[in-house]
Design a protein around this ligand. Structure first.
Ligand SMILES: [Zn+2]
Ligand SMILES: [Zn+2]
Length: 133
């Protein structure tokens, strides 16, 4: 990982252990929207001493610092997205694949929310991916 990046995490007050670095590296540019289990399974061979709670705690820290977004759209497990800029998703109901949708959608704010401040919204398409169709 580049020096710049390391400094960035340090400035945010994120303690960098080798395991945490591995988790950060795994998430970087990862478009699969992995779950904590996925990350754990991908790294446990390289870091046999790493526990599942290390992965989970790291994800919590990263979420709190705004470096990762927690996705609640998969009802089976929480998924994590390192792309924190607003975008939309497609979820395959069969294999659980989550695809980023970068198209812009113009929506009108519903009347019920006229007194609320909206900071974000997300459109989720549910269906079957080409492989599962
Ligand atoms: Zn699928
Ligand atoms: Zn995404």
């Amino acid at each position: 990982m580049q020096e710049e990046k390391l400094l960035f995490y340090k400035k945010l007050g994120i303690k960098l252990t080798p395991q945490r670095l591995a988790i950060l590296e795994y998430l970087e540019n990862n478009r699969e929207h992995p779950s904590a289990e996925d990350i754990y399974n991908a790294l446990k061979d390289k870091f046999p001493s790493m526990s599942f709670s290390t992965v989970y705690n790291t994800l919590e820290v990263l979420t709190k610092k705004g470096l990762v977004k927690e996705l609640g759209i998969d009802s089976y497990k929480r998924r994590y997205d390192p792309e924190v800029h607003p975008h939309h998703h497609f979820l395959c109901k069969k294999c659980g694949k989550i695809l980023d949708i970068k198209s812009k959608y113009e929506i009108s704010i519903p009347l019920e929310l006229k007194d609320y401040q909206i900071v974000d919204f997300q459109i989720v398409f549910y269906g079957l991916c080409p492989k599962c169709k």
